[in-house]
Ligand binder design. Sequence first.
Ligand SMILES: NC(=O)c1ccc[n+]([C@@H]2O[C@H](COP(=O)([O-])OP(=O)(O)OC[C@H]3O[C@@H](n4cnc5c(N)ncnc54)[C@H](OP(=O)(O)O)[C@@H]3O)[C@@H](O)[C@H]2O)c1
Length: 246
Amino acid sequence: MHSTPPFPATSALVFGGSRGIGAAIGERLAREGHAVALTYVSRPDKAAEVVARIQASGGQAIALQADSANADAISNAAAEAVHHFGPLQVAVVNAGVYRGSPLDQFPLETFDQMLAVNVRGVFLAIQEAAKRMRDGGRIITIGSNTAVRGGIVGSSVYAMTKAAVATLVRELALDLAPRRITINNIQPGPIETDITSGFLDMVVARSPAKRVGRPEEVAALAAYLAGDDASYMTGTSLTLDGGWVI
Ligand SMILES: NC(=O)c1ccc[n+]([C@@H]2O[C@H](COP(=O)([O-])OP(=O)(O)OC[C@H]3O[C@@H](n4cnc5c(N)ncnc54)[C@H](OP(=O)(O)O)[C@@H]3O)[C@@H](O)[C@H]2O)c1
C-alpha cells in the first residue's frame, strides 16, 4: 500500500526569488524536481507570477515575504520553507541590491543598506538555511564579477560587498564540510535584469562578448552546483561574465 510522503523529495529555498536571476534559478530548480520556496521584499506581484509559472509546469512553489535586512524575517522564512516542504536540500542566497555613487557623494545610509542586505543578510541566510539543511545539501550565493574587477566609477561599495561574499563562502566551506554541505559562489557579470536596465548599452559596448548575460545562464550554473556532479566542489567562486574581468 502506498502512503503519501509528508514532504516532496527535495526542497530548495531561494532568497530573493521574485525577479531577475533569482526567479530564473527558482524556476530552473523547480524543473530539476525541487519544491521551491522563494522570498521577496517589495514585489508580491512578481513573486506570485514565479510561483504561478512553476505550478503551471507541474512544480511546487510558495512565496514568502522576508526582508534580507531583517534577521527575524530571514529566520522565519527559512522555518516556513521547511514547514511547507521539509528540510532543505538547496539554499540559494541571491537577494542583493546595487546602489552606485561616487565617493564624495556616497550617502552613509546607502553604505549601511548595501552592507545589511549584501553581507549581513547573506551571512544570516546561510546560517539559517544551514541549520535546516539535510547533510549533503548545497548552498549557492550570488556574488558579482565586480569582486574580481569592477572598473565602473561609483561601484566601489557594491564591489566590496561582493568581495566579502566570496571570502565568506571560501571560509564557511570549512564549517560546512563535516556535514558534506557544499557552498559555492557564482559571480555573474552584467546580466539583463532590472538592476542593469539603465545601462545596458554601456555594458554591451564594454563587454568582450559584446552582449549581456541572461538570467537563465546563471540558473544553469546554479543547477550544476545544486546537482550530484558538483559534490566535490566547495568554497569556490565561479565567474560567469563573457570575459569582462580578463
Ligand atoms: N544583474 C546583474 O547584472 C548582476 C550582476 C552581478 C551580480 N548580480 C547579483 O545578482 C543578484 C540578483 O540580481 P538581479 O539583477 O536579479 O536583481 P533584481 O532583478 O533587482 O532582483 C533582485 C531580487 O532580490 C530581491 N531582493 C532585493 N532586496 C531584497 C531584500 N532586502 N530582501 C529580500 N529580497 C530582496 C528582490 O525582491 P523584490 O522583487 O521583492 O524587490 C528580487 O527578487 C544580486 O545579488 C545582484 O547583486 C546581478
